[in-house]
Write a protein that binds this ligand. Structure first.
Ligand code: HEM
Length: 490
């Protein structure tokens, strides 16, 4: 026997010791019971039992890739964000795409919004923009989010998605009519993650070096072109390859066909918000481009697949409250709810030190603070760094400079409904979207809605939903009603 058996190809235990036999477990005699001293067997079985962590409560299925964002246009008049301050400047990014409603074991080719969660590793810390492929959302108050998601995910008794629950929630959420019209339309099932747009969806705040505030909406337009699947194509694709989006993204980047998006923003001077015809902080509404035109900012390119899906995609943690100087939240209630929800989810799912994982840690700078310890802490901040502040040892200190401009507030505390502006109701923009569609797209939209709504068991739930489409546009409502009736008479 040689003195040293370890080479680069030697199989080892977790602690790095060589493994003698990876095919036969140790027994007491030939054919005898197992030995408790078989460290390799015990470790192998025990690790296997612990491989899974809780999946995300929403957006469980996803795919991710690295790349960069490059500034192409000067936006320094609107934000002093460092990563946006020079044309040509590049910032490393990680983007995780996802479906929303189904569990980790679902299929990619389904009618569902897609997540578009972007982490910019800037020199002033990580900036997370956690958006979707839709410019609007179903609800506008975070207090409704758990109920909404319960109604769209698997029923606790039947263990599967139930049209009764999906449409019963929507029957009670007229504000969802706009997003439902979007989802049931042609863009409701993207052909792949590469062939769809991404939106910040919410209104955010930019602040420039003079301290002026602008409200901003982000639009990432795909340079691959929009491609979608029909309901029938999607059913076939989901059956043939449940991982169709993952396959597409992985293979495109491996082939060097790197997907890209062009970032545009809509900018509203803060003073215009109060009198705008739509409440600019209502997530169920868009700002028509004729009111606030798109302005180009830069280019997002994905060019590197992660080496390990679990480490880098499953453990990726995005939080809408990871801002950098020059960018901040708006008073959008949904956004405000999300500022809490994500980091809380990460502490539960990944632990308090999730920010130390390679995919989540800052890359262009370092975390420099007084947070210490907790499960899986991988090192402090040096032996001389104090873990309290203030201190007399030149520890890290606050800048004293607000990240974004302060916003004026008035009124009383209380559980208020979102304020209505002159053109605000639940239906106007849904009707506008319907009227924008071609005749063929309208027909597909009607068929898609009727296909789902006709499966609902209660007439009163169907009636309430029909009333929403009717309110959006009388023709829209009438056609959905006729299509539902025809399917139910079949
Ligand atoms: C109040 C409303 C909302 C709440 C409470 C909420 C909460 C959550 C939670 C708890 C997760 C799982 C996080 C994790 O375990 O990693 C999640 C994921 C996600 N949410 Fe939301 N969400 C809300 C609305 C939205 C909206 C409006 C959007 C898009 C505009 C959105 C986009 C996403 C995306 C993209 C992910 C997946 C992030 C990833 O890839 O890791 N969510 N959300």
């Amino acid at each position: 026997m040689s003195k040293r058996v370890l080479t680069a190809r030697t199989l080892t235990t977790e602690s790095g010791a060589p493994v003698a036999d990876n095919q036969n477990s140790a027994t007491a005699g030939v054919g005898g019971p197992l030995l408790l001293q078989d460290q390799h067997l015990l470790e192998k079985l025990a690790r296997f039992n612990r491989e899974r962590i809780p999946e995300r409560v929403v957006h469980a299925r996803g795919s991710g890739a690295y790349g960069y964002f490059e500034v192409t246009d000067d936006v320094t008049g609107f934000t002093y964000a460092d990563f946006l301050n020079t044309v040509g400047k590049r910032t490393e990014v990680f983007l995780r795409f996802s479906t929303v409603a189904d569990n980790l074991g679902g299929a990619d080719a389904v009618r569902d919004p897609r997540g578009f969660a972007l982490k910019f590793y800037t020199e002033e810390g990580n900036y997370d923009l956690v958006g979707n492929n839709t410019p609007v959302f179903f609800i506008k108050d975070p207090i409704k989010f758990p109920d909404f998601i319960h109604s769209q995910k698997r029923d606790p008794f039947t263990g599967k998605q139930e049209p009764d629950n999906v449409w019963d929630f929507w029957a009670h959420a007229p504000e969802a009519t706009h997003q439902i019209t979007w989802l049931m339309g042609d863009r409701g099932i993207p052909a792949s993650y590469r062939h769809m747009n991404g939106y910040g969806s919410h209104t955010y705040q930019w602040t420039n070096a003079e301290g002026e505030a602008f409200f901003v909406k982000y639009h990432f337009k795909t340079n691959q072109g929009i491609r979608s699947l029909s309901t029938e194509q999607a059913q076939e694709t989901a059956g043939k390859d449940p991982n169709s989006h993952q396959t597409d993204l992985l293979q495109a980047i491996e082939r060097g066909v790197n997907p890209s998006w062009t970032l545009y923003v809509q900018l509203m001077p803060a003073a215009e918000a109060a009198d705008y015809r739509f409440n600019p902080f209502d997530l169920t509404k868009v700002w028509p481009h004729r009111d606030y035109p798109l302005q180009r900012v830069g280019r997002l390119v994905l060019d590197r697949n992660p080496d390990n899906v679990f480490a880098e995609v499953e453990q990726a943690a995005f939080s809408p409250n990871n801002f950098v100087p020059g960018i901040g939240p708006s008073p959008d209630k949904m956004l405000q709810g999300r500022l809490f929800a994500y980091a809380d989810a990460h502490r539960y799912r990944l632990g308090v030190n999730h920010t130390q994982l390679a995919v989540n840690a800052p890359r262009a700078t370092v975390a420099n603070n007084y947070g210490r310890d907790g499960f899986m802490a991988s090192g402090g901040q040096g032996r001389h760094a104090k873990n309290y502040e203030p201190n007399s040892y030149d520890g890290p200190a606050e800048t004293g400079r607000p990240l974004s401009a302060p916003l004026a507030i008035d009124g009383h505390t209380g559980t208020h409904e979102a304020p209505l502006h002159t053109k605000d109701d639940h239906f106007f923009q849904a009707g506008e979207l319907y009227r924008l569609m071609s005749a063929e797209e309208q027909s597909r939209l009607i068929a898609n809605i009727a296909g789902g709504l006709s499966q609902v068991s209660r007439d009163d739930v169907i009636e309430k939903n029909l009333a929403h489409f009717q309110a959006a546009d009388p023709e829209y409502g009438r056609r959905v009603e006729e299509a539902v009736r025809a399917l139910r008479e079949d």
